[in-house]
Every structure is written in C-alpha cells, then in structure tokens.
Write a protein that binds this ligand. Structure first.
Ligand code: 13P
Ligand code: SF4
Length: 301
C-alpha cells in the first residue's frame, strides 16, 4: 500500500480532515482536503465537522485550530515545525504600551503563540489586516509581532498612529530588493507580486501586495503571462495548477520556509496512525486566546 493510500484509509477510520498551508510541499498540498492562506484555514478550522483536524503547517496554525475548535482533536505531523516570528514579541512591552496609550489596540498577527494572543485585542492575517485595523475604533495601534506587515498596514491606514515591534519572518526578509530589481530587468513585462511580510524596499516595487491566496488570485485573474513571485515558493504548486500556461519567477534561492518543509507524507501518515502530536493547551489560555481570534473572524468576514 502506498503512503497516500494509507493516509486515505486512516483519514476515513479516524474521521479526520487534512488542512494544509500553501507553503508545505506539493505532495502534501495534493492530499489535503483544504489548502489555503491563514485566514481561510482558520475559518475552516472553526466550522469543520470532522472529529480530527490534521494541520499541515506550523505550530501557531495548529494552536489556532484548537483554540477555535476545542471539541476536536487537532494533530500536527511534526511538533518541531514552528514559526520563529510567532515568538518575537514581549509581554512586558505590551503592558508598557497599554500604560502609555489609553486608547491602544494590540493587533496581533495570527503568526504568534497562543500566549501572545491572550494579551491581544484582535488577531489579523495578511489578507484581513487592513480591513480589521480600519474597523477598530482605537487610534493607537500596537502591531505585533511582524514589523513589516505592521508597516505595510500603517502605510495604508494613515489616519491611525502605529507603534511597531521588531519581529520578522526570516524567509521574507531574505528576499532582497536588488534581486527583485534584477528579476524585473530580466522579465520587464512580469508584474511583481509581493507578500506584506517582505521589507518595505521590496513592497515599494510591488504591482500587487497580498496574502498567499491574494497572490494566487491576482495571477490567475491577470492577463499577464509571467510573474515575479516574492513569497515562499510553496505557492507555485497552486499557481501552476490554476495557470498551466503562465510562467513564475523566483528572486533568490532562500524562498523556502524550513519549518513548513518539515511536513512530509510519511509524518502525515504516522500522526494519523498513532494519533500522536495532539495540540493541548490549558482551558484558561484557550479561552483568553479565543477572544482576539473570534474578533478577527467577526471583523474580517
Ligand atoms: P498567509 O497565507 O496568510 O499569506 O500567511 C503567510 C505565512 O507566512 C504563513 O506562515
Ligand atoms: Fe513563519 Fe515565515 Fe515560515 Fe511563515 S514563512 S511560517 S512567517 S518563518
């Protein structure tokens, strides 16, 4: 029996559903029931009815699924797959900002630990951050943990005052402006599609800025035939599936998230077979982290 057949059989036996982010390997995306960006996957996790959610992604994704769907068993193929940025904010600094600004909203990118979420007012993803920040009544925004996404949102919402935190995604930070310029010189007709976790000198050159789904939708709807892609290269799988005739160019050799790439078909099969790597959390933490996530679902929809 192949690993894929084994996964299919185990999925039926366990009444499990597989969610996968666009950055995991192609073969893992291919066996998933749902593939998408962080916002889409959190909405699916909140409403899906299967007993077991197997999350092919990094820790904060599995945690968010558990927070939104506590009655389900959430399992991860690899517990070591963690997003370094999810840890890059400081509880003391949050408190300091709350003391300093009376009308502060702590806006927390979903790429964050459950603990950081418990200190936040609302969560956002790259596809709903603009909409949610604009809808908040607060004038002062403390944006954690990602500085680049925070700066991008601030550039689009000039009526609010932002305080930034110095977290970053090492994958997007390594996409260098000079490489993007070189790619544009080599392919002058290709629009530059950029994820907002990239640094401002890269977002400045973009023809389109958006989440992984946003980038895929833009390229699919566009009449252009070639594109320069400034995000993790896992998106190529869906881009090529939807646009077999179009060409997509990377801008460097480091556009791979090593944590997302830890997820393999073998680990998926193993996790389902042994029902191992379950996401657990104290109910008190879950309840407090649930508030900003639920607010995101409410304001982001
Ligand atoms: P989105 O899929 O929401 O654009 O998120 C990108 C990301 O970095 C996930 O880790
Ligand atoms: Fe974290 Fe960046 Fe990897 Fe996304 S691509 S999981 S933000 S390290």
């Amino acid at each position: 029996m192949t690993t894929i057949d084994k996964i299919r059989e185990l999925k039926r036996e366990r009444n499990a559903v597989i969610l996968a982010h666009y950055y995991v390997d192609d073969e893992v995306q291919a066996i998933a029931d749902y593939v998408g960006d962080s916002f889409y996957l959190s909405k699916i996790a909140a409403k899906e009815e299967a007993e077991v959610i197997l999350f092919c992604g990094v820790s904060f994704m599995g945690e968010s699924a558990k927070i939104l769907s506590p009655q389900k068993t959430v399992i991860m193929p690899d517990m070591q797959a963690d997003c370094p940025m999810a840890h890059m904010a400081d509880i003391e600094k949050i408190q300091e900002m709350r003391d300093k600004y009376e009308d502060l909203a702590v806006v927390c990118y979903i790429n964050s630990t459950a603990e950081l979420k418990t200190y936040s007012d609302v969560c956002v993803t790259s596809s709903n951050a603009l909409k949610i920040v604009k809808a908040l009544p607060n004038r002062h925004i403390y944006f954690i943990p990602d500085e680049n996404l925070g700066r991008y949102v601030a550039s689009q919402v000039p009526e609010k005052t932002f305080i930034f935190n110095d977290g970053f995604c090492h994958v997007h930070k390594s996409i260098a402006a000079e490489n993007v310029r070189a790619a544009k010189e080599a392919h002058p007709h290709a629009p530059i599609l950029v994820h907002p976790e990239c640094t401002p000198d890269v977002t400045e050159m973009a023809d389109y800025i958006g989440s992984t789904s946003g980038i895929i939708d833009f390229a699919t709807a566009s009449e252009a035939q070639e594109f320069i892609i400034c995000t993790e290269m896992g998106v190529l799988y869906e881009l090529k599936q939807k646009n077999p005739g179009k060409r997509f160019y990377s801008v460097g050799h480091r556009q791979f998230c090593p944590n997302m790439k830890r997820i393999t078909l073998e680990k998926v099969a193993d996790a389902l077979e042994h029902m191992a790597n379950t996401v657990e959390m104290e109910e008190d933490v879950r309840l407090r982290a649930n508030k900003p996530l639920e607010r995101m679902l409410e304001l982001g929809s």
